[in-house]
Design a protein. Structure first.
Length: 59
């Protein structure tokens, strides 16, 4: 690992680690999107289970 870092120049490492506002998605936005996806998946799963349960009880 240390050898690979020695091969790369200092500017290359700096450029890779730097956050670019216009190109990169902000970590906060990714976290919000992840939470939204999880909530949607939970909602769909619970709705599916509720429909299955209602069909079993009523039908």
């Amino acid at each position: 690992m240390a050898e690979a870092q020695k091969r790369l120049s200092h500017t290359t490492l700096k450029r890779r680690q730097r956050f670019h506002r216009k190109r990169d998605v902000r970590p906060v936005v990714l976290a919000k999107a992840n939470r939204l996806v999880v909530r949607a998946a939970v909602f769909i799963g619970l709705s599916f289970l509720a429909v299955i349960t209602l069909q079993a009880v009523l039908g």
